[in-house]
Each structure stands twice: as structure tokens, then as C-alpha cells.
Write a protein that binds this ligand. Structure first.
Ligand code: HEM
Length: 505
């Protein structure tokens, strides 16, 4: 850091300290803030709490401070909600008040300050984006139109794994092939196109840029500049990389997918004969002037992240749990063989006839929630929650993982036991009918993609289990299921090598 910058930083630090003390004095008089660790000027609780605000650490704080608590992360207020009743208040009863999103400096770049759907505040733009995205993505008609594609993609995974001699001996990193499948599942819906294999250069490029975007956004490395604005100049290098990745990604979406589709539509008229894919609907909205060209690209960006990664992580967790619980895997295979008959491949309508498969999926989403703190919510104005004042523009995290893993509400929650969803929790669905179990959130900002995610999970996990015995690699008793958390994501730390022994029908 050069001297000039240091001088500026120190001066800024001093001014911020005075401001923080004054503000906190004023606030203290006016507000009844939720409990939390005692903040110090400027840094707030940051030095005590650290960067890794993962679901487990936040659950520990809840045990200490209660079901609503406040952490001051530098300049930012972070409110953590940890009970079903207060989750209901935030997501349902006061769904409008808490229906906005916070972004940080990095998400500002990737979402163009909320020109997308996922990270925009609650209001006109969000309503418009949700309306425009519903018909091409979030209806049962879409499921019925594309389920054949998902079944085809799962069949190709099975075929490729069977062809790979390594799979049945030393094992393979199954996730890699499943990643291609998930891209194809979503790119068929979006652009009516697929990638032939893992080496497809366009797929390789796309995957690398999306991976880079996720790594940069989910990392904790930039927290200091986000929490303490005067330190932001130190983030210049990081933010520059974010901007470059964003530009390259958007150029790729535009040149190779959106423009290609436009060309195809103008030469073959696909948009007029009922074979519209999602981007045709979205471009129609653009032509009508409802959204602009950038919004179109932000929709593509949102689907790349919100749809592909979350579903892939959940499949990966599900498979890992089944490998580590062979008796559950066997029971699932028996159900499929008994209900469908040996060798009859699972289709979307079949998934509704397979209660144990549904229970395995629910249990995976409970124990290994892909978005354990939901996507951060935000109140634009001062609000009330649980008898406390919540200052305007607080980042509100609902610890959905803790709601679903709190021993006060669940029997032996640390156990992977799908039977719970057929026994004591048989009425609990993934759609938020019970505030203890919100893997997709609930209310206005809940996940609209649940309608696609559940059948894709069912088809994929069902097909893998009916076609293979899935085992840890030789010499290993269990897969390593250490978690890796990000700003609000949860995935498996090490992509496991898995042995897939073909089942002889
Ligand atoms: C297993 C897979 C998935 C999981 C666990 C998941 C989970 C979630 C969660 C927890 C939220 C935030 C809810 C909240 O903040 O209250 C969310 C939001 C969202 N998800 Fe998903 N999701 C999955 C798959 C998908 C898919 C397949 C799509 C699209 C095709 C999708 C699109 C979205 C969108 C657009 C939002 C933002 C909604 C808004 O802000 O209004 N998700 N998802």
C-alpha cells in the first residue's frame, strides 16, 4: 500500500470511529436492538466473530444470544433469525417488509446493482422479472415439456458411466459428469441446446467462468472492504478481477447463446411454431420494451448460478449420503425395483410413486441444505421483529439449516434418516408448509425453481441408484463429507471419487 493510501485510510478510520460512536449512542437511545456480542467502534463484532459466518457458527450464536440476534460487522448490521416462529414473521407475516435483498460490493458487480431477479429489492422490477421468468421456467407445463430431456440426460450419464472402465474399479469423480448433465438440463430449457461431452470447448469456457464467478462471490476474502467502507480502496484489485470475469461471462452469454438464438429464430422462425425455448420468451419481453438487453443477460446469469449449482450440490450430497449409508441405498433400490419392476427406468411421473425416493431427497435437503441461510433478506425501512427494533437496511439471515437441524425440534437431527419423512415428519413438504423445514425458503422471495429441482433430483438419484451400486473407492470405508461454506452456499469440500458397479438386471 502506498503512503498516500495509508494516510487516507487512517484519516478515514478516525472519521469513521467518531461517526460510529455518535451513531451508536444515538441508536442506543432510540432503538431496542436485538441481543448480540458487544461491538467495538469501527469493527463492530467483526474481530470477535471473524469472517466465516456459516450456519453452524451462527447456530452457536443463537444458542448464546437467542432466536433473533444482531451482529455489527463493521458498518453493516447483520440480523440472524433462528426460530420457526420468527422465520414465519420474516418470510410470511412481514414478507413485504423483509422482502428485499442486500448486496455487497461483489454482488453489486455481478448483478449490475440488482438488475437481475435474485438480488433486486422487492418492488416493481422484481415483480416484472418474476412475471417474465415464470412462463418459460417455473410452471408445470415446463416440467412436462422438458422432463423427457432430463430423462435423456440422466440416461446418457448412466451410459457413459457404464462405458468407463475406471468407474467399476478405482472409481470416478461422478460429479464431473453430473455437472455436464445439469448444464444440459438447464441449457435445453434456456436455449434449446446441449453440450455433447465434457471436452466441448464452449462448455469448458462456460464452466470455468461460472466457477470463477462463484468462487469470487462466495469467498470471505473481501469481507473487510465490504464491512468497513474506508478499507474499500484495498479491494481495488479484487473488484477489478470481478469486473473482468463479469464482462467475459456476459460476452460469452451474448455472443454464443443469445445472438445465436436470435439468428436461428430469424432464419427458421422457431419462435412462431410453438417450439419456443425460454430465451425466446425473454427476448419477446425485451422487444415489447418490458426489459432491456442487460436484463436478458442478467436472467441468463441468474439461471447459471441459482439453478445449476444448487441442484448439482444437492445431487452430490444425496449421492455421498447414499454411498455412506449402504442400507438406505439398498432400500431405495428395492423400492424402485418393486414399484417399477427391475430395469424399468425412473421417469418424472414415477417419482411421485416412490415415497422412499422422495424421503431420501427431503432428508438430503434437510441435512445438507445447499443455501443454509437462504439468500440474504433485507428490510428497506426500520422494522420490528420479536419485540426488537431492526434498523433499516439490515442484512437478515434466516438460519434455515438450524431450523431443520435443531434437536429441540427434530429427533436426532444429525442422523441421515429418510424414514423420518415417512414417520414422525410425514406431513412435512419441501415447499415450506412447515417453518422448521425451508430448503427453498417460503413466501414472496422463495425459490421458484423448486418445481424443476425436485423432479431433476428424483430422476437423477433414482436412475443412478437403480443402475449402479455406489461405493466408496477401494481402501476407503466412507466418503469424506466435510462441508465447505461460502457467503451463503454449502457444498461438499472434496468432490468424491465414487465406484459405480453396474447392476445386472
Ligand atoms: C436443489 C436446488 C435448489 C435449492 C436448494 C434452491 C434454494 C433456494 C433458496 C433457499 C432461495 C432463497 C429463498 C429466500 O431467500 O427466501 C432460492 C432463490 C431462488 N432460486 Fe432456487 N434453489 C434450487 C434450485 C433452483 C432452480 C433449479 C432455479 C431455476 C430454474 C432456481 C431459481 C431461483 C431464483 C430465481 C431465486 C430467487 C427468488 C427471488 O429472489 O425472488 N433455484 N433458491
Amino acid at each position: 500500500m502506498d503512503l498516500f493510501l495509508l494516510e487516507k485510510a487512517l484519516l478515514g478510520l478516525f472519521i469513521a470511529m467518531i461517526t460510529a460512536i455518535t451513531v451508536s449512542k444515538l441508536r442506543g437511545k432510540r432503538f431496542k436492538l436485538p441481543p448480540g456480542p458487544l461491538p467495538v467502534p469501527i469493527f463492530g463484532n467483526w474481530l470477535q466473530v471473524g469472517d466465516d459466518l456459516n450456519h453452524r457458527n451462527l447456530a452457536d450464536f443463537a444458542k448464546k444470544f437467542g432466536e433473533v440476534l444482531l451482529l455489527r460487522m463493521g458498518q453493516r448490521n447483520l440480523v440472524v433469525v433462528s426460530s420457526p416462529d420468527l422465520a414465519k414473521d420474516v418470510l410470511h407475516t412481514q414478507g413485504v417488509e423483509f422482502g428485499s435483498r442486500t448486496r455487497n460490493v461483489v454482488f453489486d458487480i455481478f448483478t449490475g446493482k440488482g438488475q437481475d431477479m435474485v438480488f433486486t429489492v422487492y418492488g416493481e422490477h422484481w415483480r416484472k422479472m418474476r412475471r417474465i421468468m415464470t412462463v418459460p421456467f417455473f410452471t408445470n407445463k415446463v416440467v412436462q415439456q422438458y422432463r423427457y430431456g432430463w430423462e435423456d440426460e440422466a440416461a446418457r450419464v448412466v451410459e457413459d458411466v457404464k462405458k468407463n472402465p475406471e468407474a467399476a474399479t478405482g472409481g470416478i469423480v461422478l460429479r464431473k459428469r453430473l455437472q455436464l448433465m445439469m448444464y444440459n438440463n438447464m441449457y435445453r430449457i434456456m436455449f434449446d441446446r446441449r453440450f455433447e461431452n465434457e471436452e466441448d470447448p464452449l462448455f469448458v469456457k462456460l464452466k470455468a467462468l461460472n466457477g470463477e464467478r462463484s468462487r469470487l462471490a462466495q469467498s470471505f476474502d473481501y469481507n473487510y472492504g465490504d464491512f468497513i467502507p474506508i478499507l474499500r480502496p484495498l479491494l481495488r484489485g479484487y473488484l477489478k478481477i470481478c469486473k473482468e470475469v463479469k464482462e467475459r461471462r456476459f460476452q460469452l452469454f451474448k455472443d454464443f447463446f443469445v445472438e445465436e438464438r436470435k439468428k436461428l429464430a430469424s432464419t427458421t422462425g422457431v419462435t412462431n411454431n410453438g417450439l419456443k425455448c425460454a430465451i425466446d420468451h425473454i427476448m419477446e419481453a425485451e422487444q415489447k420494451g418490458e426489459i432491456n438487453e442487460d436484463n436478458v443477460l442478467y436472467i441468463v446469469e441468474n439461471i447459471n448460478v441459482a439453478a445449476i449449482e444448487t441442484t448439482l450440490w444437492s445431487i452430490e450430497w444425496g449421492i455421498a449420503e447414499l454411498v455412506n449409508h449402504p442400507e438406505i441405498q439398498k432400500k431405495l433400490r428395492n423400492e424402485i425395483d418393486t414399484v417399477l419392476g427391475p430395469g424399468v427406468q425412473v421417469t418424472e411421473p414415477d417419482t411421485h410413486k416412490l415415497p422412499y425416493l422422495q424421503a431420501v431427497i427431503k432428508e438430503t435437503l434437510r441435512l445438507r441444505m445447499a443455501i443454509p441461510l437462504l439468500v440474504p433478506h433485507m428490510n428497506i425501512n426500520d422494522a420490528k421483529l420479536g419485540g426488537f427494533d431492526i434498523p433499516a437496511e439490515s442484512k437478515v439471515l434466516v438460519n434455515a439449516w438450524w431450523l431443520a437441524n435443531n434437536p429441540a425440534h427434530w429427533k436426532n437431527p444429525e442422523e441421515f434418516r429418510p424414514e423420518r419423512f415417512l414417520e414422525e415428519e410425514s406431513k412435512v413438504e419441501a415447499n415450506g408448509n412447515d417453518f422448521r423445514y425451508l430448503p427453498f425458503g417460503v413466501g414472496r422471495r422463495s425459490c421458484p425453481g423448486i418445481i424443476l429441482a425436485l423432479p431433476i433430483l428424483g430422476i437423477t438419484i433414482g436412475r443412478l441408484v437403480q443402475n449402479f451400486e455406489l461405493l466408496p473407492p477401494p481402501g476407503q470405508a466412507k466418503l469424506d463429507t466435510t462441508e465447505k461454506g461460502g457467503q451463503f452456499s454449502l457444498h461438499i469440500l472434496k468432490h468424491s471419487t465414487i465406484v459405480a458397479n453396474p447392476k445386472i438386471v
